[in-house]
Design a protein around this ligand. Sequence first.
Ligand code: HEM
Length: 374
Amino acid sequence: MPLSAALLHGNDIQVDRVRSIDPLGADQACLRLREMNRAADVPALATTMRALLPDAQALAGYDMDECLAVMRDLGMFLGSLKRHEVEPLHLAPEATPILLELGARTDLIPRDTVHHYCTWNPTDARRRMYTGEEQENHLQTSVRLVFPHLRAGLELCDLLGELEPTDPKFAILVDALDRELRPMVDSIDLVIDKVSPRFFARTLRPYFEDIEVDGRRYLGPAAAQVPLWLIDEAVWASDRSEPGYVDFLHHSVPYSLPRWRELHEAWVAMPSMVTRLLQAYGDDHVAAELSSPSLRASALAMSRMMRTIIVFRGRHLGIARQAYQEDLRLYPTGSGGASVDLLREIINLTKQNVQLAKSLGHAPTRGQVAQVGS
Ligand code: HEM
């Protein structure tokens, strides 16, 4: 597979290679970064980042994977400088054209994303971390673990777009999607177990602040960029959302991988799976189930799958509320630019859609209707 196609699909071979390479020779500098952050040593951070910047010839010679690894390493310095309240590219303006070039060549934003920070980051002693603390390690791991599953889940959503809810395969694929979503629950359980709200709020959160690149602001590598919004879009959010979430969703698009932006383009104007389920049931639920015996299984599978998302979101809201309580937080909003109130709104919207699917799946059958009437 050509490298650009590998990126589009985020496949494992490419991920392993990006993790293993060090085009800037930045391994030692990235280890020292933790110490510089502890000491709030802005001059050392700036000098080290400047020394790492590739010249035009080196930049031109990088392949796709090398561009990703270079962005990953420069990104660690960008977030660190910002944490110490310095706008990084005001201090090192010569990095701007390099970031723009790396963004254009990889078809991503001109700064690092959650993919650089978690997925394309080495998992061994070479791991790039702002603090070097175990808790940061756990947060990176928990987010990294969900990506292969969400990638598979998104491809299942694409297949589901081709199927009618009356098709017996629909429920089977929705159950498969449910299995790919369950690691989100494991991920948040790991975070609840290993990362304290205080560590997140006071130590880690400041590294995820937005920075300015060429006159535009770009968010840091936050977990909010995990493409659950895109699963939602396929399942219910393309046509059953509210303005606050629509806005969040549109702001999330540029931070995702090219293949996922392609899926978003296709899904944004399509009826969602929940809407198609409602249409398949029509006004006469009993008649619909009689002519399509698979419909009930589809509705129940949909409600189970969305329940899994609610379990993740419920536990996630718990830790988000703790980390953003007034006496702990340093910032009023999350690193994804949204508030804890939005998280509540998203849960409510998800619940409404679970209720719809569940009520369809538990609608009385013709036999039950006849019994009640007799
Ligand atoms: C200490 C840990 C965490 C805290 C305090 C936290 C906090 C937040 C906050 C405040 C938001 C609102 C949007 C924004 O960031 O601006 C958010 C969104 C989000 N976060 Fe987290 N988060 C944490 C860990 C995680 C983890 C481990 C994952 C996934 C693996 C995750 C996935 C998401 C997603 C998908 C959203 C978008 C909203 C949604 O789909 O419900 N977060 N988070």
